[in-house]
Design a protein around this ligand. Structure first.
Ligand SMILES: [Zn+2]
Length: 458
């Protein structure tokens, strides 16, 4: 049975006369997506193998790096690809993309794929990566942005408020910045107005700004939502005008979803993207898990043995961009880990990711050499937050057996509270760490507004 079908308003919108030639291309893709999302998994896989074969042939004939690694391989021999030849293509790491540079650029980009544009990653977790993409690939990017609105049935005539990283001195409280549309003013469909506020605004001022400007939708980073929700509960900001919250850029945990429901009775919809790859997965219209955006990417989750993981297992995210013929990333290791899910009961055949676990740097290695995820986004973190008046926290692994708990608190903690937290941390992390506490007035965000609740510093 199909659940979360496209709303009739959106069906009508997809059929309306396009605003421009560019909009016509994106609208066409969206109409295709409206059908392909219901294909069964075998048909999706068959289509992807055909796309992969074409992409490999293009890469082999026009991109020096792939010509070298593929040799005389026949990319159209799909049976051999399926039988394991695909897994023999080496995984492409971030450092390799940087080192190879122009060697990854096609010498024969199809003219029909339009003009080229560079994209750079922010480099918050390593050296920035430079990727070149075509306007054909960019149309897919725009189509996935709109698909997210369709899946979560947003009223795009409403207003959107974004709290995000901005240039220094831009989008400052109390006014923020005003924009004539949600995205580009020449976007595929006409939207309502949007506003933005600098991510470095205090939580109290963010709450006041939202209360005063009354947006229909809020877009922000999870670290902001996580701090805003308890503040709003405590100070009675229930934002009854808010219809939805979109998160991006950091891990979304179950605890944060609960907090947003408690504070504003509003669900959080997450999207899994990266600048160099684009949209990898969007949250299912009816569940909290994610559907891989199979029309744009072939996504693998690989275990330590480099073999595909089974449902319930966690592994490295490795992505192949199917539509960018200027600089395709083939088996690119994004740097994140995700948990594979079972086929979704909403009727969509695209693969499921249960959750995005975090980046390689977020893995906690115990003195026993055992590796584990800190899972600081899981609901039991509520117990920790309720042990003392904690406004913000960061766990820093500062020595093999030492954990520093960094806190922003509303008053000085008692010895008993510190003792209880120590016991909780030891139990949560599964090791009797030596725990010490440091206190901060505030903890700064990265240049792009991100914040890590777990860091390794030794
Ligand atoms: Zn689903």
């Amino acid at each position: 049975m199909r659940q979360g079908e496209t709303d009739p308003i959106w069906k009508k919108r997809l059929r309306q006369k396009p605003r421009s030639e560019k909009a016509a291309r994106i609208q066409k893709l969206l109409k295709q997506f409206d059908v392909s999302q219901w294909w069964d998994p075998d048909d999706i896989a068959a289509k992807q193998y055909k796309q992969i074969a074409r992409l490999l042939a293009h890469a082999q004939s026009s991109i020096p790096h792939y010509a070298a690694i593929m040799g005389d391989m026949n990319p159209y021999d799909i049976n051999s690809l399926k039988a394991g030849r695909w897994l023999d293509i080496p995984v492409l790491k971030r450092d390799t993309v940087n080192r190879l540079g122009e060697e990854l650029l096609s010498r024969d980009i199809p003219k029909s794929h339009g003009s080229l544009g560079p994209i750079y990653t922010s480099g918050t977790t390593g050296k920035p990566v430079r990727v070149v993409r075509t306007s054909f690939a960019l149309a897919y990017w725009s189509a996935f942005t709109t698909r997210d609105h369709i899946w979560h049935n947003r009223n795009i005539k409403g207003t959107l408020a974004a709290i995000r990283s901005s240039e220094k001195g831009v989008a400052l409280y109390p006014d923020g910045a005003h924009h004539v549309a949600w995205g580009s003013k020449n976007g595929v469909f006409k939207t309502g107005l949007s506003t933005s506020l600098n991510v470095n605004t205090s939580i109290a001022d963010m709450a006041e700004w939202i209360e005063r400007t009354k947006p229909d939708y809020l877009l922000s980073l999870p670290n902001i939502i996580k701090r805003l929700a308890p503040y709003c509960i405590e100070h009675g900001f229930d934002f009854p005008f808010l219809k939805g919250i979109s998160a991006h850029g950091e891990m979304v945990g179950e605890f944060m979803r609960q907090q947003a429901m408690e504070a504003w009775n509003t669900p959080v919809h997450d999207m899994y993207t990266s600048r160099e790859v684009g949209y990898m997965a969007l949250q299912c219209p009816v569940h909290d898990h994610y559907h891989v955006q199979s029309e744009g990417v072939y996504l693998e989750i690989l275990g330590n043995d480099d073999q595909p993981c089974k449902p319930g297992d966690t592994g490295r995210v490795v992505v192949t961009t199917l539509q960018n013929y200027a600089m395709p990333l083939i088996r690119y290791q994004v740097g994140d880990y995700a948990e594979v899910g079972e086929l979704c009961d909403c009727g969509r055949g695209m693969p499921v990711l249960n959750r995005i676990m975090g980046r390689e740097q977020d893995i906690l290695v115990l003195p026993t050499s055992e590796e584990r995820w800190t899972l600081l986004g899981s609901p039991d973190v509520r117990d920790f937050m309720e042990m003392a008046p904690i406004a913000q926290y960061q766990f820093a692994h500062v020595g093999p057996d030492r954990m520093e708990i960094r806190l922003v608190v509303k008053r000085t903690l008692t010895n008993e509270e510190e003792g209880n937290i120590t016991k909780w941390v030891q139990k949560k992390l599964g090791y009797p760490f030596v725990v010490n506490f440091t206190y901060f007035d505030n903890m700064p965000l990265s240049r792009t507004g991100k914040f890590k609740d777990f860091v390794v510093e030794f």
